[in-house]
Design a protein around this ligand. Structure first.
Ligand code: TYM
Length: 334
């Protein structure tokens, strides 16, 4: 809570082309809070440098991610949309919270274990303390709810533990946030290896549907999706992970329930089903893509938004950081 306003905060890394996993698990759920909450949605470029980035690409994707926020229905008049590195309080609070986070806690983070296996030549300290920066993002705004996909839930839970620990020493500092994981779309799986999460860093482009893929590409990728040797369209995550993932995706894009989908495709083959999923996905993404292109073409508009968003966010971030510094005993002379 900031004053008497409830707060929603979330972030997306500009570290690759965003996928329908990012869209269904996170982005499309952000706008649900725009009316009743004070909302902050951040392009987290500081998180992205925990793995090496090409500077020009990072810059381009930062613009693109902001344009995509708007294309996903986030009106900049109703939501604070901004870029993390333009608000220095994130990095500052992160140092302080490092001193309230235990080595053992960070060692248990599954994303750290996965990423350090994947980037064995660059297991830098930032990769390890990444969840502390994420906790700082959230806590700076006295956040109540954090809409995320299920893979980020562990990080939000750690954020709660850090905030609780800080509050025990310095009472009434932080609001304790709640992760909000969508019932459907919480974990969209790879189309090539449906036991694995769909990830923007996957090297196999057929495993991933990007939000900005064109219609033909989307339909082709779904046609190639791995299923199983049966022919029945039935939801069973353990026995039929590929088909179950496609049912989830179809359900997210059409609003139909799993039972309705099973009935709709009763007696039909995988070919028909995959084509229908591809069509539904392409139809749903078409307006998002059109709005994205419109927003991206207006570079000056995006830059004006980056400036305005950073100013708005800084106002809140400064208030929390200054409260924290005062409680810690840092000298404050204004
Ligand atoms: P990132 O950039 O990896 O992903 C952005 C959001 O997309 C969700 N997501 C998925 N949801 C369902 N199925 C999938 N296959 C899938 N892949 C990704 C993620 O759960 C996330 O919600 N650490 C965060 C970014 C971050 C953040 C924050 C989030 C930084 N600070 C503060 C919330 C609050 C991350 O790497 O997300």
């Amino acid at each position: 809570m900031f004053g008497d306003q409830k707060v929603s905060f979330s972030g997306v890394q500009p570290s690759g082309n965003l996928t329908i996993g990012n869209y269904l698990g996170a982005l499309r759920n952000f706008s649900a809070y725009s009316e009743a909450y004070k909302t902050f949605y951040c392009v987290v470029d500081e998180h992205a440098i925990t793995v090496r980035q090409v500077p020009a690409e990072l810059r381009r994707r930062t613009y693109e991610t902001l344009a995509l926020y708007m294309a996903c229905g986030l009106d900049p008049e109703k939501n604070t949309l901004y870029v993390q590195s333009m608000v220095h309080e994130h990095a500052e609070l992160s140092w302080i919270l490092n001193c309230f986070t235990m080595f053992g806690e960070l060692s248990r983070m599954t994303q750290f274990k996965d990423k350090s296996a994947k980037h064995a030549d660059n297991i830098n300290a930032g990769l390890f303390t990444y969840p502390v920066l994420m906790a700082s993002d959230i806590l700076l705004y006295q956040t109540d709810v954090v809409p995320v996909g299920v893979d980020q839930k562990q990080h939000v839970e750690l954020c709660r533990d850090i905030a609780t620990r800080f509050n025990q020493v310095y009472p009434d500092t932080f609001t304790i946030p709640e992760p909000i994981v969508a019932k459907q779309g919480r974990k969209i799986m790879s189309l090539a290896e449906p036991e694995k999460k769909m990830s923007k860093s996957d090297e196999n482009p057929n495993a991933v549907v990007y939000i900005l893929d064109d219609r033909d590409t989307i339909i082709r990728k779904f046609k190639r999706a791995v299923t199983d040797s049966e022919s029945e369209i039935r939801y069973d995550e353990a026995a039929k992970p590929g088909v179950s993932n496609l049912i989830t995706i179809y359900s997210c894009f059409t609003g139909k329930t799993v039972e309705e989908i099973e009935r709709e495709f009763d007696g039909k083959g995988y070919g028909d089903f995959k084509a229908a999923v591809g069509e539904a996905c392409a139809d749903a993404l078409a307006p998002v893509q059109a709005e994205f292109n419109r927003r991206l073409a207006d570079k000056a508009g995006l830059e004006a938004q980056m400036k305005k968003g950073a100013e708005e966010a800084s106002w809140y971030a400064r208030r929390t950081l200054s409260k924290v510094q005062k409680k810690l005993g840092f000298v404050q002379i204004r």
